[in-house]
Design a protein around this ligand. Structure first.
Ligand code: GNR
Ligand code: NI
Length: 170
């Protein structure tokens, strides 16, 4: 297993649309394992391959308190169950230290492949449903700041650029 570097906003590579995985082979399983290690190390509840600069439709998640429930989502698709949305404070490993309320569907039905390439279906609500929608957005090149006003997004972008410059100069 290996820990992978995470791209940070406003890196243009985060805007890449990921392509479908054709076969779930050992290479994909290796990516999944590396992504799980990277996500747990960073203390995130989800990670999309886009964030580690791999533009394939692969996501890992674990919303449990004790890292006991890893979920693998390959080629995920979801449908909202009902029209109800609820705002929840979201963070993103690609936008560290910033949080904002984003409205998302309260309940969704997920379809995906697992690490053996087997299809499964899952009904999710609450944090899990939020996370599915957040990770799906990453695969489409969308970030939570895109839901904020241009003013707020710009403010976060400038602070992130400053942070990257400080890190570079250090
Ligand atoms: O760790 C994360 N927390 C989180 C909180 C609320 C809604 C979504 C998330 S996902 C985020 C990890 C991440 O950046 N995944 O792409
Ligand atoms: Ni994210």
């Amino acid at each position: 297993m290996a820990k992978l570097p995470i791209l940070e906003f406003p890196d243009a590579r985060l805007r890449t649309k990921a392509v479908l995985v054709e076969t779930v082979d050992d290479e994909v399983r290796q990516l999944v394992d590396d992504m799980l290690e990277t996500m747990y190390d960073a203390r995130g509840i989800g990670l999309a391959a886009t964030q580690v600069d791999v533009h394939r439709r692969v996501v890992v998640m674990d919303v449990s308190d004790d890292n006991s429930q890893p979920l693998v989502l390959i080629n995920p698709r979801y449908e909202p169950m009902g029209d109800e949305k609820e705002p929840l404070s979201e963070g993103c490993l690609s936008i560290p230290e910033y949080y904002a309320e984003v409205p998302r569907y309260l309940k969704v039905k997920l379809n995906a492949l697992d690490r053996n390439g087997e299809p499964y279906e899952l009904e999710a609500e609450g944090l899990l449903a939020h996370c599915i929608q957040h990770e799906y957005d990453h695969l489409e090149g969308v970030l939570f700041v895109d839901y904020l006003s241009p003013l707020k997004r710009d403010r976060i972008m400038k602070k992130m650029q400053k942070r990257h410059k400080l890190m570079q100069d250090a």
